[in-house]
Design a protein around this ligand. Structure first.
Ligand SMILES: [Zn+2]
Length: 170
């Protein structure tokens, strides 16, 4: 990610808004905004976390991780959408991974410009590929700032998306 390019783009944005770049309150803004983008959108510069597994024969039932919080950015409006992901999987032959790993996988796929549907699917596909579970279900519920900024009657709408593995054949 090119920090000086992001800072230049931010300056340009401010000028086009009609702002004065020399106003004291804005002097640090291009640098701060560029750093914020680099922090929040790190998936452009990092690989997804490795999913190391262990075989734990006692782990045969469904494993549920609920309310994993995330913040992502809508690729249409460049403002955040945020909420929670629930991950449910049933290990095959006791193949499990760490809870923290699953949370990091969710965070990774949130850390770029996204739409909620694709983010949910990418988390699911990545976990399905690396865990090869008997079954996997992802639920994601989010609030979209773009929707809320568009006006009345749209605050606090929760959008839910799902991913299922294996996919139902019908
Ligand atoms: Zn949007």
């Amino acid at each position: 990610m090119n920090s000086s390019g992001l800072q230049d783009a931010t300056k340009s944005l401010l000028v086009h808004l009609g702002e004065d770049l020399n106003r004291p309150g804005l002097l640090q803004t291009p640098e701060k905004f560029a750093r914020l983008l680099a922090d929040r959108l790190y998936a452009y510069t990092q690989e997804p976390p490795a999913v190391t597994t262990i075989d734990e024969p006692g782990a045969s039932g469904e494993i549920a991780l609920e309310d994993i919080s995330f913040i992502s950015f809508c690729e249409h409006h460049l403002v955040p959408f945020f909420g929670h992901v629930n991950v449910y999987y049933t290990p095959k032959n006791g193949r499990v991974t760490g809870f923290g790993t699953i949370a990091r996988v969710c965070a990774h796929f949130a850390a770029k410009l996204q739409i909620q549907e694709r983010m949910t699917a990418e988390i699911g596909q990545y976990l399905a590929e690396h865990l090869e579970p008997l079954s996997l279900r992802i639920e994601c519920r989010a609030r979209h700032m773009c929707m809320e900024l568009h006006g009345a009657q749209k605050e606090n709408v929760g959008v839910k998306t799902h991913f299922l593995h294996p996919q139902k054949q019908d």
